[in-house]
Design a protein around this ligand. Structure first.
Ligand code: MCA
Ligand code: AMP
Length: 502
């Protein structure tokens, strides 16, 4: 047990600060986190996170092995309390992706749950076990003072069209303001109990799904992995009030509903069902509404911007739209040149969404050129998402500027990183990757390869395993086509539009 503990940072989690100041008060006994049969009250979380914070306070930057467990939530809260930037790592990351993230972000420590085996890519890093010690002293070191709102809080890796993922540096200000804007839009309070089964190495599951309830003084029940039975249990008898998920999860709910009246009943009791990370198909929206009487609301965000728009809890839920700009977020659509604003609110004129506000990231770590390219001269962030606006301001996303970005299961995946991985396979001479519509995943990854040897071309399983081992299982191709040659233009550039089944 560490003899030290740090005062909790009052700006991000008032309920934790209160629990630390008054460990016997009612606030300290309120539930904060639950994963399966393990849970922590605010008092317990304050004790264990402040003790861990004291142990990482001197670190430059820490990596967190972000399994869907209580340990990950405690480690990230501890890092925020200590004012030390944390890099959440996907525990299913393959060797080259992990190697890239670790060398790019250069953490001085990796935090992992006791007993977890870490891969060789992390062997050179000092390891600190996340030990959940609720008997740690409630007060110890004097407060270091709340870190400046511009201090980096998290570095979250996100894919681009080419090359390896970039680390988006997310300041404390962005986390606080995005969560408070969502509280306003969703009437989200400390009385809410959230349920979800999202991964904890992305913005959706970690910032909205764990830090969100903690900032409100409410609680979260994490399912470990998404399953409709868990949703039924927690929203039904469990009394949870909100559900967060990606469209693939709502699609699986919509598929299950006709045979599962208990799921329908549980969903009908929820105060709010929220979908994000990709477009929720209108068909799934309607099926859920019909079976439960509840309409899923959509919000739109990005790793770099956190949340930009949402359908409001007190607004009209309109399928196929992502609602209106959140408080504090400026949003404009621009013409092809990227700077002329589209003035129309006609539901027809398409422009690129650009945003400005305190919700934005600061930079891509070690990538000043990519950072500069992401912003206009007057400070608008170019999202690359194309949209129209209805007369009342509701935003409808209609597509993406880059065809080389694929959204599968709510994960953003760059075609370029998969092509590079495929080209490292000895059986592949040339490779191109595209996304094609998939009812479950939104888009599925399709690889088009010219085999090195047509007599024994690599199988889909072989290539899927190859990509899963190097990058991550969700980046593996689900379909592989063999071609004699890739279609190229006069400049030798691959013409992806020509890559279709027939
Ligand atoms: C399969 N698996 C493999 C292989 N094939 N492992 C190794 N090698 C292989 N060849 C394993 C997978 O690891 C997984 O393991 C299991 O088989 C099933 O894989 P998969 O089909 O990919 O998963 P799924 O069950 O279909 O997952 C669907 C899902 C998932 C649950 C919806 O895609 C998901 O969690 N999506 C959430 C993405 C997300 O949070 N995005 C937010 C980013 P195992 O079963 O053990 O897992 S966007 C964001 O943050 C912005 C800000 C926003 O707006 O929200
Ligand atoms: P990521 O880079 O993984 O953070 O994903 C951000 C991207 O997800 C955005 O640029 C959008 O293309 C997409 N996205 C997020 N939420 C929605 C939504 N509700 N509807 C459509 N697309 C979305």
């Amino acid at each position: 047990m560490s003899p030290l503990s740090l005062d909790l940072s009052p700006d991000l989690f008032p309920a934790l600060t209160e629990a630390q100041a008054d460990p016997d008060g009612p606030g300290a006994h309120r539930p904060a986190l639950r994963f399966g049969d393990r849970s922590l009250t605010y008092g317990e979380l304050a004790a264990t996170a402040s003790a861990l914070a004291a142990r990482v306070a001197e670190a430059g930057r820490i990596a967190v092995w972000a399994t869907p467990t209580l340990e990950t939530a405690v480690a990230v809260v501890a890092a925020l309390v200590a004012g030390v930037p944390a890099v959440p790592l996907n525990p299913k990351s393959g060797e080259s992706e992990l190697g890239h993230i670790v060398s790019d972000s250069a953490p001085t420590l990796v935090l992992a749950a006791q007993g977890t085996q870490l891969p060789p890519a992390l062997a050179a890093l000092e390891r600190l076990d996340i030990d959940i010690d609720t008997s740690a002293p409630a007060a110890g070191l004097p407060s270091p003072g709340a870190p400046d709102p511009g201090t980096p809080a998290l570095i979250v890796y996100t894919s681009g069209t080419t090359g390896p993922p970039k680390g988006a540096v997310i300041p404390r200000r962005a986390i606080a303001t995005t969560l408070d804007a969502l509280a306003d839009a969703w009437q989200w309070t400390g009385d809410d109990v959230l349920v979800h089964g999202l991964p904890l190495f992305h913005v959706h599951g970690l910032i909205l799904g764990i830090l969100g309830p903690l900032r409100r003084g409410g609680s979260v029940r994490h399912l470990g992995r998404f399953e409709t039975a868990g949703v039924t249990r927690e929203l039904g008898e469990g009394g949870a009030t909100m559900l967060f998920g990606v469209p693939t999860m709502y699609h699986r709910i919509a598929e299950t509903l006709p045979d599962d009246p208990a799921l329908a009943k549980a969903l009908s009791r929820a105060r709010l069902l929220v979908s994000g990370s990709a477009a929720l198909p209108v068909h799934d929206h309607e099926r859920i509404a019909q079976a439960t009487g509840r309409r899923v609301i959509e919000r739109y965000g990005m790793t770099e911007t956190l949340m930009n728009t949402s359908v409001r809890a007190d607004g009209e839920p309109r399928a196929g739209t992502v609602g209106v700009p959140l408080p504090g977020v400026e949003l404009r659509l621009t013409e092809e040149d990227g700077t002329t604003a589209v003035e129309a609110y006609d539901g027809e004129t398409v422009g690129e969404i650009q945003v400005r506000g305190p919700n934005l990231f600061t930079e891509y770590l070690n990538r000043p050129e990519a950072t500069a390219a992401a912003f206009t001269e007057d400070g608008w962030f170019r999202t690359g998402d194309m949209a129209v606006r209805d007369p009342d301001g509701y935003v409808r996303i209609v597509g993406r500027k880059a065809t080389d970005l694929i959204k599968s299961g709510g994960y953003k995946i760059g075609a370029g990183e998969i092509e590079n991985a495929l080209l490292e396979h000895p059986g592949v001479r040339e490779a191109a990757v595209t996304g094609e519509p998939d009812a479950d995943l939104g888009e599925r990854i399709v690889a088009w390869i010219v085999p090195a040897d047509f007599q024994s071309p690599p199988t889909v399983d072989e290539l899927a395993d190859h990509v899963a081992r190097r990058l991550a299982p969700h980046k593996r191709p689900r379909v592989v086509h063999h071609l004699d040659a890739l279609p190229r233009n006069d400049m030798g550039k691959i013409m992806k539009r020509a890559l279709t089944h027939d």
